[in-house]
Structures are given as C-alpha cells and as structure tokens.
Write a protein that binds this ligand. Structure first.
Ligand SMILES: Cc1cc2nc3c(=O)[nH]c(=O)nc-3n(C[C@H](O)[C@H](O)[C@H](O)COP(=O)(O)OP(=O)(O)OC[C@H]3O[C@@H](n4cnc5c(N)ncnc54)[C@H](O)[C@@H]3O)c2cc1C
Length: 556
C-alpha cells in the first residue's frame, strides 16, 4: 500500500533508447533502475523522421531495428519496465512525455552519429536544461567525449573494455504509476509504416538474443578459422564474427564482445602452453592468433569512431584538405551507376556490389576493393559512393564508415594508399569463381580460365557460353591499369607539396593511433608482413614524422 502511494507521487524515471537496443551491459538503464530506488522506470524509443529519413537509411536498417526492439520489449517486460515508442521530433516527444508523466530525470547513452543526430542531441541537452530535467549520458564503448589528445587513448580503451559489465536488475514490482501504465505507444513500426517500400532481402536478423548466440558460436566454433579466412567472400561470411550490425544498433555492447573473446584467448593460450600433442597444440595456437586478430579489430572499431567524435566534419569534408578539389569536379554519373548496379565489367567488383544489395554485408577486404575501384579506377568522390554503401551496409556506423571511406580513397593524408587490382583480388579471393557465378548468373557458363577476365574470351567462347561481352555482360568500363597510373601520378604531385605534407602531420597528431609502450595499439598479427612493405600500416597509422607522410603506394 505504501509503495503504491509513493509511486503515485514520485515521478517515474525515463530512459531514452537510441542505438543501444539491449539490456545487458546497458549503463543508462542500469543507472535509472538504481536511482529509481524501487520507483517506476520507463523506456522510450523515438521514431524520428529526421533520423529515419537520412539518405543513409534503408528499409533493411529499419527491419533490423524493429527486430531488436521486439526482442528488447520482451526483455524489458521481464525487468518490469514498459517500452513506449512514439513518432516525432525527439525534443517534442520527450517534452510531451515529461508533461504526461512528470519525469524529471532522463538517462541515455552518448552517440557518435551523423551531423543530424549530433545536432539532435544538442537540442535535447538544451531542452533538458531549459525545463529542468536532469539529463545523464553514459559512454557505451571506448570513445571519449571531448578528448584533448590521442596520447594514452589505447590504455583508456583497454581499461574500459576490462571494466565489469553493468548489471541490470528487475524492478522490485510491476509499474503502478497509472500514467505510465496507460501511456499511449506507437508500437513497433514496420519500414512500411515509416514510408519505406518493402524489399526482398536476405540480411541477418537483429535482436540481443541473436547477437548473444552469434558471439557464442564465434568463440565456440567459427572463430577458429578467423585468421586466414576473413578476406575471401567465399569463406568470410562464416569465418568473420558477423557482429557488426549488432554493435552498430547496440544490440550487444563492445565490452561484452571483448570480454568473451578475452576469456577465450586466455583459455586457448593456457591450453597451447600445456598441450603436448603437436596437432592439438597447433589448433590452440590457431585459435589464439584468430582471437587476437579479431580483438585488434574491436580496438579499431572505437579508434575509427573516435575520429568522427573528434572531428564531426569528416562526414562531409576531406580529413586532409590538400585533397580538396581532387575528384569533386570529375564525377561521372555513368560510372557511378555502373558501379552501383554491378555493371563495371570487372566480375569481382560487380559480384560484390550485387551481393551487397541483397545481403547488406561484405567482408572488409571486399569493401576496400569496391571503394578502391570507385575512388581510384573510376575517380569518384567518396561522399556519393559512401552514401550508397551506407544504405547497403546493415552495419552502417558513421564513425567507422566515413573514416574508412576517406582512408580507402586516399584523403586522410596519413594512410598508405592501398589500391586494389580487381583481377588479382578475384583470382586470389575467389579462384574458382564460385562467388562471381552466384551473383553474376550471366557468367554461369563462362569457362574457369576466363571467369576473372571475361573480356578476353574469344568470340566463339562468348557465343558457346551465352555471354556476349558488351551486351550480356559489359566490357570493362575503364582500363584499370591506365586509371591506376593516372591516380598515382595525381597523388604523387599532391604529396610533393610541403604544405600538404605539413597538414598530413597535423592530421596524424589529431587522429593517428599511438604505439606507446604501455598501451600499444593492438596490432593485427596477420598484417605483420604488410607492415614490412609500408612504413605506415593501412589500419594503424601512427604519428608521422615529415618523411613518413610521404607514404608508399601498395598495389594489391
Ligand atoms: C569502406 C568501408 C566502410 C566500412 N563501413 C563500416 C560500417 O559502416 N560499420 C562497421 O561496423 N564496419 C565498417 N567497416 C569495417 C569492416 O569492414 C566491418 O566492420 C566488418 O566487415 C564487419 O564484419 P564482422 O562483424 O564480421 O567483422 P569482424 O572481422 O568479425 O570484426 C569484429 C568487429 O570489429 C570491428 N571491425 C572490423 N574491421 C574493422 C575495421 N576495418 N575498422 C573498424 N572496425 C572494424 C567491427 O565492429 C566488427 O564487427 C567498413 C570498412 C570499409 C573498408
């Protein structure tokens, strides 16, 4: 009776959910439950037109988000917490809810998002201050807000990943606050409700339970072959962790992933040291190498997001202004359309682009290949190509995406220019052409010997395989070798300029990873051989001296 009376007087606490659609290791939810001291808590998810109408958003994202929300609603019910959804501008919805429930404490996670979500968060903060709502924001990964310097960042990241996960306890009783119980909710909306067409796709399903199962399967089974099988589009779908979309929507915390892999790493390390059977020892060593490789990528996840957090303009603007004007005026819509639709005449590039449209995922190497092809061979600016890829990638994460788009296009000034040869990559990563044939059915009957270079087929073989080049399948739209020479010479001129080199050094100080002795940047064991070739590794740029900013080209 006493509890009832108190909860009717004490206003509920509100948790605003954004890209943190989980209950495990959810700092904002955990803090709200703790502060409520037995009182009521409710969660709100806002379908914000300014967010879901961004050009990066595709119905695949909204489907995945809905699957996460369905799962989350069930988990919240077990915690005796209601999930309310509303459609509208975030400030308007939060103000409505404040008036309806009288909440005066709001909890949320920090977000490193697009310019639109950044501005939205600022408006919410301003609103909270104006109406006297106490707004607490929590970090949910290794990204640091208002970071002064990258020095020491690696150590911070490691300590953050090793902190205990926040525990979420159920409320002691069901919500008795009538206003909260009766709050109108928009329900869990389908893409079609938000104005998106229903599309037939084959993307991985969302939800915290799925994320947990994928993680478990990775550390129990699939992770063993991570090292060595993550680049080929044939083996990567199974060998990679496939956690990226779950991390992007916050269906799992990066700390939970890190700690599960740490546990596995120490387990296999111990076994590798004590095992006497050589074959079994090798297996444990393979596991160890694989887990370390994957962990280095978890580090990169936050490393790249930190760049956008520190300089939100890189979503639109070259990180290295010396690259301004390099591609902007030469944009060819014809090339862009051919690239988007998988009709460039280079089979692996085309197969990647067509598969991406359906599955919403590509392994890192293939992402780098399609961007390298667009940026160097077709000389397309990274912003329109990046926007298209953002709609395709189910795991679109602005901080990683825009940093990677710039890195793979040579506009950071601090990374090795890695230009991929689409034919060589095709021969190495899909030697029998399984992936190519799956996504380019017009090449189904092309003999193996021509599957990577169909333009070289003699006329009679084109006829017998039903694949006339130039009509059924396009001729290469550019001469890759020639385009490569032109791209290299343009970058060489650019990098000879002293001002451009000075600016690159400044970019390195601001965004470059540090290889300090204690908290060294996690190195990927697989990339050691490449590092010998280049003074600055593609992934892990370090603070550069002036000489180091004159980066080598790597042609793969
Ligand atoms: C042009 C381009 C755009 C990209 N855009 C995105 C994006 O929007 N969202 C995204 O999550 N990843 C992006 N990546 C990085 C990478 O390709 C994906 O993270 C990875 O393919 C996802 O599959 P996975 O979860 O199985 O990765 P795994 O190989 O299993 O790696 C585990 C996790 O580490 C992180 N990670 C892996 N590789 C990288 C990397 N190179 N940089 C930063 N973090 C990494 C991801 O969170 C990933 O889930 C992009 C890469 C390129 C070249």
């Amino acid at each position: 009776m006493y509890g009832l009376a108190v909860s009717q007087i004490v206003p509920p606490l509100c948790v605003w959910l954004k890209r943190d659609l989980r209950v495990v290791d959810h700092a904002a939810l955990s803090a709200a439950i703790e502060r409520a001291q037995g009182g009521d808590v409710f969660c709100v998810f806002v379908y914000e037109p300014e967010i879901f109408c961004q050009p990066e958003i595709h119905s695949r994202h909204l489907t995945f988000q809905r699957e996460c929300l369905i799962d989350l609603e069930k988990s919240l019910q077990q915690l005796r917490i209601r999930l309310i959804t509303r459609q509208g501008d975030a400030v308007t919805v939060l103000e409505q809810l404040r008036r309806e429930t009288g909440f005066s404490k709001l909890f949320a996670h920090e977000e490193t998002g697009t310019a639109i979500s950044y501005a939205r968060d600022q408006r919410v903060r301003h609103w909270a201050q104006t109406v006297g709502v106490q707004f607490e924001e929590f970090s949910q990964n290794g990204v640091v807000r208002r970071l002064n310097s990258r020095d020491g960042w690696n150590r911070y990241w490691e300590s953050k990943m090793n902190q205990p996960q926040t525990v979420v306890h159920p409320l002691p009783r069901h919500c008795v606050n009538k206003t909260v119980v009766q709050l109108p909710s928009a329900g869990l909306l389908q893409p079609i409700d938000l104005g998106y067409e229903k599309k037939q796709m084959d993307c991985q399903p969302g939800g915290e339970h799925n994320a947990g199962m994928i993680l478990q399967d990775f550390v129990d089974n699939r992770g063993q072959f991570y090292s060595g099988r993550i680049s080929s589009p044939v083996t990567a779908p199974k060998s990679c962790s496939r956690l990226s979309a779950h991390l992007a929507f916050g269906a799992i915390s990066i700390r939970r992933v890190w700690q599960a892999t740490e546990q596995k790493r120490s387990e296999v390390r111990g076994l590798a040291m004590t095992e006497t059977n050589q074959a079994a020892r090798k297996q444990f060593q393979r596991w160890q190498k694989s887990i370390q490789s994957m962990q280095s990528r978890l580090h990169w996840h936050c490393h790249f997001m930190q760049k956008l957090e520190d300089e939100p303009e890189i979503e639109y603007r070259n990180m290295w202004s010396a690259a301004d004007g390099l591609r902007e005026k030469e944009f060819s819509n014809e090339y862009f359309q051919a690239w988007k639709n998988g009709r460039t005449g280079y089979p692996l590039v085309d197969a990647c682009m067509r598969s991406l449209e359906v599955s919403g995922w590509l392994p890192f190497r293939m992402r780098a290949l399609v961007v390298s092809f667009a940026s160097y061979s077709l000389w397309l600016h990274w912003r329109p190509t990046g926007l298209h890829l953002a709609t395709c990638f189910l795991d679109f994460e602005p901080g990683i995406h825009w940093s990677q788009m710039q890195m793979q296009s040579g506009t950071t000034g601090i990374n090795t220019l890695r230009i991929y040869n689409p034919t060589k990559q095709a021969k190495e990563q899909d030697p029998q052409g399984h992936f190519i044939r799956k996504w380019l059915p017009e090449l189904m009957s092309v003999p193996d010997v021509f599957i990577h270079t169909p333009w070289m087929m003699p006329a009679h073989i084109q006829q017998s395989s039903g694949c006339e080049i130039g009509s059924v399948y396009p001729k290469p739209i550019v001469d890759h070798a020639l385009a490569l020479r032109q791209a290299k010479s343009r970058f060489t001129v650019l990098r000879q300029d002293k001002k451009a080199r000075d600016e690159a050094s400044a970019v390195a100080v601001r965004h470059g990873s540090r290889r300090d002795r204690r908290g060294a940047m996690r190195q990927d064991p697989e990339r050691k051989s490449l590092r010998k070739k280049a003074s600055v590794d593609q992934q892990s740029e370090t603070v550069c001296t002036e000489e180091q900013t004159v980066l080598p080209f790597i042609y793969e």
